[in-house]
Ligand binder design. Structure first.
Ligand SMILES: [Zn+2]
Length: 206
């Protein structure tokens, strides 16, 4: 194992040895083991404060992006019960999530009017565009009320082919099966779902 001399600004990985407590006071982003050695706890750049003799690691990875109220999110329907649906949120404010967030959609937040059961609106596997209604205690409650929100992509429940919009219904180009969903007015336009690892180049904002 190499024991390089750590200096201010060095890029380190979790578990990398930074020094010992005789040299430094362990700061944010570090931990200390039983042998009084200091290690990086996160990926980032070393910051050494000579005055305080404190060593810390400043994160260079993306800070987790928590869905906030009124954020626009993309998600995939995981399961549907009579009155609600569970959703894996994989994109928040146009940024792919490193780890999907769990979201819930209640039937009263799915369309403006009365619907008897959620199964008439959504099916597991559907990709939806939704708005964050409320974020409390780690639970993200979504809303798909409004023509902008709803299903962006759905698969045929008989053969799995992507359904095409025909009038106000969805039709399977493969087997001719027709289905209903709570559609978003941009049905068929799903943004790239690429994962966070391939978004290194900054994109022009609009
Ligand atoms: Zn089909």
């Amino acid at each position: 194992m190499t024991n390089r001399r750590i200096k201010d600004g060095d890029h380190v990985l979790p578990g990398e040895r930074l020094g010992v407590i005789e040299e430094f006071i362990p700061g944010a982003g570090t931990f200390q083991d039983q042998d009084d050695a200091i290690y990086a706890n996160i990926t980032g750049n070393v910051r050494i404060n000579m005055k305080e003799r404190k060593i810390s690691v400043e994160s260079t990875t993306r800070t987790p992006l928590y869905p906030q109220r009124n954020d626009i999110v993309l998600g995939e329907i995981q399961s549907v019960s009579k009155k609600s649906a569970a959703i894996n949120i994989f994109r928040v404010r146009d940024v792919p999530c490193e780890v999907p967030f769990s979201g819930f959609l209640y039937i009263k937040e799915s369309v403006g009017g009365y619907v008897e059961q959620m199964q008439d609106l959504f099916t597991p596997g559907d990709v939806i565009l939704a708005r964050v209604q409320q974020q409390s205690e780690g639970l993200t409650h979504l809303s798909t009320v409004g023509s902008r929100f709803g299903v962006l992509r759905a698969s045929c429940s008989k053969c799995g082919e992507f359904l095409k919009l025909k009038g106000t219904r969805l039709e399977c180009p493969q087997c001719g099966n027709t289905e209903n969903r709570k559609l978003a007015n941009s049905y068929g336009q799903v943004p790239e779902t690429g994962n966070a690892n391939e978004t290194s180049s900054p994109q022009a904002s609009q």
